[in-house]
Design a protein around this ligand. Sequence first.
Ligand SMILES: [Zn+2]
Length: 161
Amino acid sequence: MDEARSLYIDFEREAEFACPHCGTANKVYDTEKKLWRHLDFWNWKTYFHARAPRTDCTNCNIVTLVPIQWARLQFHFTLLFGAWAMRLMAERPFNAAARELREHDTRMWRIFHYYVNQAMAELNLTQVTWIAVNETLSRCGHRYITLFVDVNTKIVLFATA
Ligand SMILES: [Zn+2]
């Protein structure tokens, strides 16, 4: 098994957090223990452990997990780890990137889909007037990849194998 290191982060006892819906400052209602993989320190896998606070908003009466700055609550990696993983996946095949990060490729795919879906959601297609479709062999030469590109902006709108 890989060597790993853990960093523990916590908030102060009387801390208040802004409700994500209305911004009202509230005391902590309860917490959920969370774990995120972060960038390696001295080549050790490194994990952040923290209690993610939930607030019971006095204004809107909704119990909500408070968003944190270094990660998305539904994922087990920090934003910096996600950026590192995406950079490696752009440079080399998935399994080579997974080997370098010492992660299972299912987790790599989860990271990949998260960022691609986020980018697709932000894509504004209302100005697209002319699409080019091109079929090309993948780098390994065994499969064809079909690309749909906006001719004006050169942005890849969709790719499928
Ligand atoms: Zn609120």
